[in-house]
Design a protein around this ligand. Structure first.
Ligand SMILES: [Zn+2]
Length: 568
């Protein structure tokens, strides 16, 4: 037999963005060895007719640090064609960590990433102290590949203990932190992450440690990546434009990239109704920054921000004072408060008439009735509130509140307009934005971002035609691999790792998230399946076929390129 596997008759989207073409891919061991017309025999032939053959997707923004310890398959990411994922984002990682700091390290994950405290405290067994030991623990069993960032909070806590969430570091402490980052990078971390989001606190209400870092401390830590000439840096400073002018933030990202010479991935560009033109300015600033020669890249999200809500749990209206007042009243009083005519006048003013920007879109054509509680209202399902109001010849607020009150506030609505579609399309289309930010592994009961890639391919690329499939694949694969220094991934070429996904471009999409009880201790979380993803292959072995795990665990810890081959 000439080859271990030949994938035959698919259409190859090789990750470069070049036009796709019909061809075969031959694999020996964990490597692609030949691409084109392949006639030699193989131990296994995979029929890919009618399918796109793409490099596996690289989910670069996850918080899977803990989940990987009890779920080495990394569900649900593996069902969406993800073959490599990157934990350790937003300044948070589980290493390095001393025994006395475990509780506080967990406390940051619990609060910032909304993970159940009891699950983490029971399921994380702490078989490590250093970052290298943590990587070795991960390597024991993996379905997908994992390339890990070191988090600033863990590093700071390790050096400064509890004072890490109280004060700036001394030069001696910064030197110790640099030594830890150096140790992590030498063991194969793919970079460093930091977070100055002012809303990010630990479970006990204290700020997460990286918030106390000065800009100089961050520049110093980034300089370690420069000194070693490897690794990338992820940085989050909260919602841009709220703490300081955006020019200052983007300039700081540029400075980090230009002084270290290493790629900086910054968070993020998205449309917001309370600053509806800011995304444009951020894109321009990002372009200027790249034009100056500093490798600093903005990231954005293709995920659906469809807040589903009832008037029992809605947060959609929290920035409208009269709505907030009612939503914070006890549930049993809300129906009456929402029925009051005088109050409705104010509710209508804030949610329809007022022109001042706020976080709510005021787009009632984008608020859909998803599930009625009473049989007689079922014909309204799938219609927007505006559409229903027009058919009844009634005011939108009266329509919305009358139905909700009549159904005891149990009517399920969906806000599909939490981002402006046209602006989001422009951000996704920009050749410089990294598409991701799945947050997989975090916010477990609130949303499921596992399907960011299938969402991007199904909704934005197929239905909305925002870009050719070739360009979309480039953004999900080669671009991410390049920015994060995973130099043997993200392309279909002889010599590259055999991380591949076979999918049907006509049907691929993400499914509705489902609530299950599969966390340790039977706790709840949302999972998400995909449609149209046929085969996910990791390091030459099929991991998922038709949505089912094959039983293989071919994943590895991918170390930075100074640790031999990126995959070894
Ligand atoms: Zn994050």
């Amino acid at each position: 037999m000439a080859y271990d596997v030949v994938i035959k008759g698919g259409r190859i989207y090789d990750g470069s963005g070049l036009p796709s073409y019909f061809g075969d891919v031959a694999i020996n061991g964990d490597r692609i060895v030949e691409v084109g017309r392949i006639n030699e025999s193989a131990r296994r032939v995979v029929n890919a007719e009618g399918l796109a053959v793409s490099p596996g997707f690289i989910d670069f923004h996850t918080h899977m640090d803990a989940q990987l310890l009890w779920d080495p398959l990394a569900t649900s990411s593996c069902f969406h064609g993800v073959t490599t994922l990157i934990p350790g984002n937003c300044g948070l990682s589980l290493a390095p960590c001393r025994a006395q700091d475990r509780d506080n390290v967990i406390g940051s994950f619990v609060r910032v990433e909304a993970m159940p405290s009891q699950v983490l405290r029971q399921a994380v067994k702490w078989e490590w102290t250093s970052f290298p030991q943590y990587l070795d623990r991960l390597q024991e069993k993996l379905g997908v590949n994992v390339a890990a960032l070191m988090g600033h909070c863990a590093v700071r806590q390790f050096v400064m203990g509890e004072e890490s969430s109280e004060r700036a570091a001394t030069p001696a402490e910064i030197a110790q932190m640099k030594a830890l980052v150096r140790e992590g990078m030498k063991a194969g971390a793919i970079g460093f992450s930091t977070n100055q989001n002012r809303r990010h606190m630990r479970e006990d209400g204290r700020p997460i440690p990286s918030r106390l870092a000065t800009d100089e401390e961050i520049v110093e830590l980034a300089s370690v990546l420069g000194e070693l000439n490897c690794g990338s840096m992820q940085i989050s400073r909260g919602t841009l434009g709220t703490a300081r002018p955006v020019e200052e933030d983007v300039d700081f990202f540029r400075r980090l990239a230009s002084t270290s010479g290493r790629p900086v991935i910054w968070q993020s560009i998205a449309h917001r109704w309370n600053a509806p033109e800011l995304w444009r300015k951020l894109l321009d600033l990002a372009q200027d920054s790249l034009a100056s020669g500093a490798p600093s890249y903005p990231l954005t999200n293709a995920r659906l921000f469809n807040g589903r809500f009832t008037l029992k749990n809605a947060q959609t209206f929290d920035h409208l004072p009269s709505w907030k007042q009612v939503m914070f009243a006890p549930i049993e009083q809300r129906a009456e408060l929402f029925s009051d005519t005088e109050r409705r006048r104010q509710l209508r003013f804030e949610a329809v008439e007022d022109q001042r920007p706020t976080t709510f879109s005021r787009r009632w054509d984008q608020i859909f009735l998803i599930k009625a509680a009473q049989a007689k209202n079922q014909p309204l399902e799938g219609k927007s509130v505006e559409e229903i109001a027009q058919s009844l010849n009634k005011d939108v607020i009266d329509t919305f509140l009358d139905i909700a009150v009549e159904e005891n506030l149990e009517t399920m609505f969906q806000n599909s307009g939490s981002r402006d579609e046209e602006a989001t399309a422009q951000i996704l289309k920009s050749p410089i934005t990294l598409v991701g930010q799945s947050d997989a592994g975090a916010h477990l009961v609130y949303h499921a971002g596992y399907g960011y890639a299938t969402r991007f391919l199904g909704y934005w690329v197929r239905e909305k035609a925002v870009m050719p499939l070739e360009e979309a694949i480039r953004k999900l694969t080669f671009m991410v691999a390049s920015v994060f220094g995973l130099y043997d991934r993200g392309l279909i070429r002889p010599g590259m790792a055999a991380d591949l996904v076979l999918f049907d471009p006509q049907t691929v999409r993400e499914c509705e998230p489902e609530m299950v009880n599969d966390l340790p201790g039977g706790e709840k979380r949302l999972i998400q399946r995909a449609i149209g993803v046929k085969t996910t292959m990791v390091n030459g072995a099929i991991l998922v076929q038709d949505g089912e795990h094959t039983g293989a665990f071919p994943g590895r810890v991918l170390r930075n390129h100074h640790n031999g081959h990126a995959s070894l």
